[in-house]
Design a protein around this ligand. Structure first.
Ligand code: SAM
Length: 254
């Protein structure tokens, strides 16, 4: 089953989702990279930050979603349709960034080791993955999918997975890089009714949406909404806190 991405739904929380990318970029020390690669570029709004930081560099952006590649190209940025698993660094790829992508790629630790081992001398590899798969925003979806009325309708999300910060540090260090690994829990203040439902609609709920017809999708969201509201209650001023843990790793080949 192909699960498509909706650039507009994803960009609905643009401001919140760009902050980790900026924090990741701030730890890359490259001054004049020849090529900069964005693996899993999404709608390209963050790829634009790469071209702004290194205007002289050639930028390569790739993504496996035709919708995301089209959205990136609409911004005037070069993007191509490709699976990150088929990509390997070239001799001028001085900076490689992959932000909020590898949680969708099983076995990505082995890929990271291979990628970093192929980087040119002085190269940088920067990765960020969400570390919130055990949070109510995700466990409530899994619990509902496992309930009698939904069981069997959507395949379990066995492919989603991330590792601990120490495991990323070990993987990158064993590949010969100096590592800078950390985790942060952002506290996003969201507006509007059911904002956590809207947030996961653009990401974690995509496979659910793809598996259900329109009526089932409306019913699923109607059952999920009160659960999310209870886990993430609206505050007196109508806003809602969404804590969101993320894991960062920057590797540098000295
Ligand atoms: C959560 S979005 C992140 C997009 C962008 N990097 C950002 O930070 O806004 C995840 C992106 O990864 C892409 N993706 C997932 N698996 C992929 C794969 N195996 N190869 C290429 N792109 C992939 C999706 O199509 C989607 O655009």
């Amino acid at each position: 089953m192909t699960v498509s991405w909706d650039p507009a739904a994803y960009l609905a929380f643009d401001d919140h989702r760009s902050r980790p990318f900026q924090d990741l970029l701030s730890r890359i020390g490259a001054t004049a990279p020849r090529r900069v690669v964005d693996l899993g570029c999404g709608p390209g709004h963050l790829t634009g930050l790469l071209t702004a930081r290194w205007p002289a560099a050639e930028v390569e952006a790739l993504d496996s979603s035709p919708e995301m590649v089209a959205a990136t190209r609409d911004r005037g940025l070069p993007a191509r349709l490709a699976d990150v698993r088929d990509w390997r660094p070239g001799p001028s790829d001085d900076v490689v960034v992959t932000n909020a992508v590898l949680q969708w790629v099983p076995g990505h630790r082995a890929l990271l080791a291979e990628w970093v081992g192929l980087l040119p001398a002085g190269g940088w590899f920067a990765v960020q993955v969400p570390g919130n798969l055990g949070s109510p925003s995700h466990t409530l979806i899994r619990e509902l999918l496992a309930s009698p009325s939904w069981r069997g309708l959507v395949e379990p999300r066995a492919e989603l997975g991330v590792h601990t910060p120490a495991e990323y540090a070990d993987t990158l260090g064993e590949a010969g890089a100096r590592t800078d690994v950390w985790e942060t829990t952002y506290l996003h203040r969201l507006d509007g009714p059911d904002p956590v439902l809207a947030w996961v609609t653009g990401t974690a709920l995509r496979p659910v949406r793809a598996a259900l017809d329109d009526d089932e999708w409306d019913r699923f969201r109607a059952e999920l909404a009160p659960r999310l509201r209870a886990a993430y209650p609206a505050r007196a001023d109508g806003t809602t806190w969404l804590p969101f843990r993320r894991i960062f790793a920057v590797a540098h080949l000295a």
